[in-house]
Design a protein around this ligand. Structure first.
Ligand SMILES: C[S@@+](CC[C@H](N)C(=O)[O-])C[C@H]1O[C@@H](n2cnc3c(N)ncnc32)[C@H](O)[C@@H]1O
Length: 286
């Protein structure tokens, strides 16, 4: 009997040929014009890092991170044809594997410096398990960068248009009704999962992540000049990026006393230095 996961995989497998073709030969304003710049900025300097990409599709973002100096990138995707396509362009520094990102049991704890999820959590029936698993496989102080559909746009509704078809405003409805939504993309019906902003943020925090920032990507004149179809992005936020960090200490028991003592003794030494040299320091700053 087909499981829920089989059905979700089937939908992505049906979509994959058009998706891969667009990624390889097409023009994707949402990725190239809107989301890539803030995603790359959120990832920061990736030189020498090992990176996990959850829901990597045909591997585009892994390749971008490797080009920017990542030491190693592992891309995971539920859909075999996406992984086959990713392997066609793989280098010695990126690898791809068919896997469900809600279960990373095959990865040892504290393996990666950086994890990314580029429009994947909206596809997951249990995104919390992805958060828990990513938290586990990240090294201490590792980062998780999550791009997702904006909860205001995954709730319900499209553009409300006037009689001439001109866009008036976006409809927001059924926001608190979390669960499945059915959409059509590239001629294929597929399923996404809507959750409120507070559900996402609560889960990140409960798992132990520090929320370091949120970005609601929009466009500037340069992007608009190249991608005129992105003008809606000036009106409503369609996407959101969460910048998360794995906290080194979650409970008081995680704290190593010797680290605290070292910190305190250094602080004390600094205090003594200032006390002993206060007059000279003041004279220098005047
Ligand atoms: C919107 S696409 C994004 C692909 C890629 N991150 C990109 O930006 O081009 C979502 C991807 O997530 C994959 N996916 C969906 N559910 C998944 C799961 N449970 N585990 C791993 N991948 C999954 C799909 O097969 C699809 O390739």
């Amino acid at each position: 009997m087909a499981t829920r996961r089989d059905e979700l995989r089937r939908q992505w497998t049906e979509l994959a040929p058009a998706w891969i073709k667009e990624a390889r030969v097409g023009r994707n304003p949402t990725r190239n014009g809107l989301l890539d710049p803030p995603m790359l900025e959120a990832c920061g300097d990736v030189e020498g890092l090992s990176v996990l990409d959850c829901g990597c599709g045909e591997g585009r973002f892994c390749r971008l991170l490797v080009e920017r100096g990542a030491r190693y990138a592992l891309g995971l995707d539920l859909c075999e044809s996406m992984i086959e396509a990713a392997r066609e362009l793989q280098s010695v520094r990126d690898e791809y594997r068919v896997a469900d990102v809600q279960d990373l049991a095959f990865i040892e704890s504290e393996t990666f410096d950086l994890a990314v999820s580029y429009l994947n959590q909206c596809d997951l029936p249990e995104f919390e398990t992805n958060n828990r698993e990513v938290f586990r496989v990240l090294r201490k102080a590792g980062r998780f960068v999550v791009a997702n559909l904006h909860p205001m746009r995954s709730a319900a509704g499209g553009w409300y248009r006037d009689a001439k078809g001109v866009k008036q405003h976006v409809i927001l409805d059924n926001y608190f009704d979390e669960g499945e939504r059915s959409w059509e993309m590239m001629g294929v019906r597929f399923t996404n999962f809507h959750r409120t902003l507070s559900t996402y943020i609560r889960s990140f925090i409960e798992v132990g992540f520090l929320l370091e920032g949120i970005v609601e990507p929009t466009v500037g004149p340069e992007q608009l000049a190249e991608y005129r179809e992105l003008d809606d992005e000036l009106r409503v936020p369609n996407f959101i990026i969460y910048k998360l960090r794995k906290l080194e200490y979650r409970t008081v028991d995680d704290i190593d006393e010797s680290v605290v003592l070292e910190f305190l003794s250094q602080a004390l030494a600094r205090l003594h230095y200032f006390k002993d040299n206060w007059k000279a320091i003041q004279a220098r700053s005047n």
